[in-house]
Design a protein around this ligand. Structure first.
Ligand code: ZN
Ligand code: ZN
Ligand code: ZN
Length: 479
């Protein structure tokens, strides 16, 4: 199912309402087709390459295994397709967008993906925020004017390549009422004697005591009030000019950050290559191949399900003499374990994330859907004699991989935190039996031992446990 040559993305799917794992390049394909404006008539292959590299760069920047922050809503995922991470249109929507051009554009994107395989835009070896917009209208923007902070590669560059863009110039009329409403402001009442000056348009209004206009300058030319009354066929010289509509002229479309899409396509049409185009709009960047995480990420693509035992009000597990509860400790350990493992490239699921009841059946079901490399249950032990302490691990009969994993983890636990090795044993617990994957049950230590109970309340100690398990897993995969 998972092939080592590819990079996989964990994405929360709004359609399926669950996490799915997709090849990075497949998502790049959809994103590229989503982001290229269909208003561009002749989309040049070099411009498609540019958009492909932009999409890939932005995804890699977000991915957890490359140190990114992932989706902020679904903490499990690199991205979601709900919209706040990124907008992705899929087949049906893209067919609608591209119409008769759908097949040719998708083929062209696939070719561009192959031609630029693995390439991303970096600065100081980190993937950049590859911003782009439809049309810059003459020049792109410095980042500090848009997002408030100075980003070295998002500098203003002049661009008239987008001169032929339909969005080079725009015009919009907005009524005064609409402006009042939207900006929550109040303009002065429209009275005939309202004084208004608009430089270059209407100025130097001179009135007599009754408010009649003696003279007025319009468009730089001086008129008598009576003259204006005559020419514009007004009822009186006691008049004023009041704005009703604001005509707003715009230049360009979008926030102006980074690459100008119309400009980039035009550059491609006149012979620039994708790297020239990227270097033109992003100041001081490098285009290079992503470093495959397999070296720095020893657990790349390993899928693990961590199962914090118990949970909920009626299933607290065992308890210490000071009242510390197993369900809380094992959840803490599991959460840290997940973080540590993910830093090394693993894809990690928990069977519960909160203090909630999850049945054993449900836990097995979850795991059997995910089909991980390992399923690891985390528990604590108890005994009436408080002096007893030590770590025990259980695997299902014949599961030699779990046994070997247990040996690696136990070795680390003994070396790092001096736990007493109370043995690695065979058991037929429900989960060991019902989970299809290799599975391991770890009783970390005895919560009924006062010293252990004290240690387990210390977050540094929790980290040490999680770290030891992580190291054990890495060790296992070294063989
Ligand atoms: Zn998201
Ligand atoms: Zn431009
Ligand atoms: Zn337990």
């Amino acid at each position: 199912m998972i092939d080592d040559r590819f990079i996989y993305l964990k994405i929360y799917s709004r359609d399926k309402k669950r996490i799915i794992i997709k090849k990075l390049e497949e998502i790049v394909k959809y994103i590229t087709a989503t982001q290229i404006p269909d208003s561009i008539e002749n989309v040049h292959p070099e411009f498609i390459k540019v958009q492909v590299i932009l999409a890939r760069t932005n995804l890699i920047r977000k991915m957890r295994m490359f140190g990114g922050e992932g989706c902020l809503k679904y903490s499990e995922c690199d991205i979601c397709d709900e919209g706040h991470c990124i907008t992705i249109l899929y087949e049906d929507e893209l067919k609608e967008k591209w119409g008769s051009r759908y097949n040719s554009i998708m083929r062209a994107i696939e070719d561009s993906i192959k031609a630029t395989e693995g390439l991303v835009i970096t600065m100081n070896n980190k993937p950049i925020m590859a911003k782009f917009h439809n049309t810059c209208g003459g020049a792109t923007e410095n980042s500090e004017n848009v997002i408030g902070n100075r980003v070295m590669y998002l500098r203003k560059v002049l661009c008239d390549y987008c001169l032929n863009s339909p969005n080079w110039e725009g015009y919009k009329e907005i009524s005064i009422e609409e402006i009042e409403e939207k900006l929550k402001v109040k303009f002065p009442n429209l009275t005939p004697t309202l004084k208004i000056d608009m430089k270059g348009f209407i100025e130097e209004i001179d009135r007599d005591e009754e408010g009649r206009i003696k003279s007025i300058k319009i468009g730089g030319k001086l008129f008598k009030g009576t003259e204006i009354k005559e020419i514009l066929k007004l009822d009186s010289t006691r008049f004023s000019i009041v704005p009703k509509i604001l005509g707003v002229k715009t230049c360009g479309q979008g926030d102006g950050l980074g690459l100008c899409q119309y400009g980039a396509n035009q550059m491609a049409l006149i012979g620039f290559k994708f790297n020239d185009i990227i270097n033109y709009y992003f100041t001081g960047v490098e285009i290079k191949e992503i470093e495959k995480p397999c070296i720095k990420w020893p657990l790349k693509e390993k899928i693990l399900v961590i199962d914090p035992g118990h949970g909920g009000d009626d299933n607290v597990g065992v308890k210490g003499h000071q009242g510390l509860m197993e369900k809380d400790v094992v959840l803490k350990i599991s959460k840290r374990l997940k973080e540590f493992l993910e830093k090394l490239g693993a894809v990690v699921y928990l069977t519960r994330y909160d203090d909630e009841y999850v049945s054993l059946n449900r836990r097995a079901e979850l795991s059997n859907k995910i089909r991980p490399n390992f399923f690891i249950s985390i528990h604590l032990n108890s005994f009436y004699n408080p002096s007893i302490r030590g770590c025990e691990m259980y695997y299902y009969k014949g599961d030699i991989e779990s046994k070997r994993l247990a040996e690696c983890i136990m070795d680390r636990m003994v070396k790092n935190i001096n736990v007493v090795n109370k043995g690695i044993k065979v058991a037929a617990f429900f989960l060991l039996r019902e989970v299809g994957a290799s599975s391991l049950h770890i009783d970390i230590d005895y919560i009924t031992n006062p010293e252990v109970e004290k240690l387990l309340q210390n977050s540094e100690y929790i980290d040490k446990i999680a770290e030891s398990i992580t190291q054990g897993i890495v060790e296992y995969y070294k063989f």
